[in-house]
Design a protein around this ligand. Structure first.
Ligand SMILES: O=C(O)C(=O)CO
Length: 319
């Protein structure tokens, strides 16, 4: 079996596929493969395509690959980059890594909440800029999580992980909004509420949902207007869930207090993008799942998906 791997990936995933005797050809770089190169390379006829969330697996790629291609496995949770309709039309099986990065991303979300609540970046910058004078009772005051109402949009694996962790901070209430009520919400004391109630009641809102037609631009001018002026917004889901122009205006006009985004639209956000000069906003470069543990595990899950499909079995992450 021949597999095309669109990036340098962690060794555990490589080993699993090599141990199966597969021939692996790589785009041997840490940078994303240009789309035209991917199309060109797929003409060499592969049984499997092992891709990343940066690779647009569209009709052109699938047509170049032809009928030899049986598996498309993405080393990511998100699969917006896979044209599932075109993939399924060709009887190709696609799979993602739905499980392994949830702890990692939820830990990161907690980090963002604490950084924003305690104004850590401002404190760090003040020290660097030599602005640290004698102790002041009213300087860089943040807020505590104890007694607060926390909201989660999307109580999937990541949202659940955030809920488990945030409960340790003796919060007063945990609210969530999702497309439907989740059967396991009581396991984390989470109350299913309308989107409007979540917006109105929460001190911190964490976005951990996918980007779909329903979630696109969900956080827009109207939503920000319903939030508390002291509210903090965290996004570890997908950039498109937040209307960034509206967010920028809401922060600059003090409609809400602060926000931290690990995902943006586009991703990466160009260095001259106006969002970078927004007040009380921290942007991190899509690193919520960047740990050795998560990336090694993701490489293995995607490899196991590939092995299952090419052995005629259903992969764990079948889409
Ligand atoms: O796996 C994904 O979908 C990611 O966004 C990586 O953090």
């Amino acid at each position: 079996m021949k597999i095309y791997v669109t990036r340098k990936i962690p060794e555990p995933g490589v080993k699993l596929m090599r141990d199966k005797g597969y021939q692996l050809d790589f785009w041997d770089s840490d940078e994303a493969i240009p789309h035209n190169e991917l199309v060109k390379n797929m003409k060499k006829k592969y049984d499997g395509l092992y891709c990343m969330l940066t690779d647009n697996i569209d009709k052109a790629v699938l047509e170049a690959a032809g009928s030899q291609l049986k598996a498309v496995c993405t080393m990511s949770v998100g699969y917006e980059h896979l044209n599932l309709e075109e993939i399924k039309k060709r009887n190709i099986v696609a799979a993602n890594c739905s499980t392994v990065s949830s702890d990692c991303v939820s830990e990161f979300a907690l980090g963002l909440i604490l950084i924003m609540a305690r104004r850590l970046i401002e404190g760090y910058e003040a020290v660097k800029k030599k602005e640290w004078g004698p102790w002041k009772p009213m300087w860089l005051l943040g807020f505590e999580l104890i007694g607060k109402t926390i909201g989660i949009v999307g109580l999937g694996r990541i949202g659940f992980g955030i809920a488990e962790r945030v409960n340790a901070f003796k919060i007063s209430k945990l609210l969530y909004f999702d497309v439907r009520r989740c059967s396991y919400d009581k396991d984390v004391n989470a109350e299913f509420v309308t989107f409007d109630r979540l917006l109105a009641d929460c001190d911190v809102i964490c976005i951990s949902c996918n980007l779909t037609n329903e979630t696109k631009d969900m956080f827009n001018k109207a939503a920000f207007a319903k939030m508390k002026r002291t509210a903090c917004l965290i996004n570890v889901g997908r950039g498109g869930v937040v209307n960034q122009d509206d967010l920028s205006k809401a922060l600059n006009d003090d409609v809400i207090k602060c926000a931290a985004l690990d995902v943006t639209e586009p991703d990466p956000l160009p260095s001259d993008h106006p969002l970078h000069s927004t007040k009380n906003l921290i942007i991190t470069p899509h690193i919520a799942s960047s740990t050795w543990e998560a990336r090694n595990a993701m490489s293995e899950v995607a490899a196991n998906n590939m092995i299952a499909i090419l052995s005629g079995k259903d992969p764990a992450g079948k889409l």
